[in-house]
Design a protein around this ligand. Structure first.
Ligand code: BV8
Length: 228
């Protein structure tokens, strides 16, 4: 069966209680996320950025996967072809539902050493100047891809986009690149494209099919159709 590639965004975790970036909750303590999620912000005010991620990590740790995460894990388990899930989200809800995902923007429960590149499980509360367990330098940072930084796994992701038969984007506003450009790649490779969203994204016109509504309703129905 044809390979399915699925891109998820903050909207799939909204019904698990985690805020989205550009909805009403798109601000954090009156900061635009774009202004906090940058290497410049971290260099300028490491305490502000460290607190931002400590709060996000605590929120994500207490959140539970919802029916949409569960439906995608079911699709991966039962579909008799490859199902590749690429998430822009930094929470661990896809894994908690039993799915395997590519975290193109990193993940909250991982720490990265800006000095030696070592990665380790992030403590719930990271300190400014978190000591790296490998090089012992005070260079620990959240293992998150900030604006202006190169997302992870891009070669692997593009390899999937050009060889899939079906591409779906779920709960993403289509405002951040390169993720927002994935639909164009898949479409150019001849895949069928579908957007599942609460509201139309900025790139909705590039999708062959759209399904509107909350992810906990649209995703299980979509998966049931694929598996029937
Ligand atoms: C890169 C981690 C190049 C952080 C994130 C001008 C200046 C500078 C840069 C740029 C520029 N123009 C373009 C760029 C590039 C930039 C970019 O695209 N900027 C935008 C703002 C214009 N991109 C980058 O910088 C990327 N890197 O380009 O590198 C490069 C090249 C060579 C060498 C080096 C570098 C890196 C971008 C990654 C940034 N990190 N996340 C963190 O999480 O703290 S981005 C962050 O926002 C998220 O991860 C996500 O990816 C992104 C978008 O958010 P969404 O997931 O779409 O969520 P959003 O709130 O926007 O939308 C929610 C959606 O859900 C809505 O559609 C809503 O309707 C829907 N929804 C809500 N509830 C529900 C629902 N749907 C269903 N059910 C519901 N219940």
């Amino acid at each position: 069966m044809e390979k399915i590639v699925i891109l998820t965004g903050a909207g799939i975790s909204a019904e698990s209680g985690l805020g989205t970036f550009r909805g009403a909750g798109g601000l954090w303590e009156n900061h635009r996320v774009e202004d906090v999620a940058t290497p410049e912000a971290f260099a300028r005010d490491p305490a502000l950025v460290t607190t931002f991620y400590n709060q996000r990590r605590a929120g994500a740790a207490s959140a539970k996967p919802n029916a949409a995460h569960a439906a995608l894990a079911r699709l991966q388990a039962e579909y008799d072809g490859e199902v590749v899930i690429v998430t822009q989200n930094v929470d661990g809800l896809h894994e908690a539902a039993g799915a395997t995902v590519l975290h193109m923007h990193g993940q909250l429960d991982q720490a990265l050493c800006a000095g030696c590149g070592h990665r380790w499980p992030a403590p719930m509360e990271m300190a400014v100047g978190e000591v790296c367990p490998a090089c012992k330098g005070p260079h620990g940072r959240p293992d998150i891809v900030w604006f202006g930084e190169m997302p992870y796994d891009m070669d692997e992701i593009f390899g999937h986009l050009v060889s899939c038969g079906l591409f779906a984007a779920i709960g993403t506003s289509g405002q951040v690149y390169p993720a927002a450009g994935f639909v164009q790649e898949a479409d150019a490779a001849g895949a069928h494209t579908v957007e599942l969203n609460l509201d139309p994204s900025s790139v909705v016109s590039q999708f062959a099919e759209t399904r509107f509504g909350p992810a906990t309703q649209t995703v299980p129905a979509w998966v049931a159709g694929l598996l029937s």
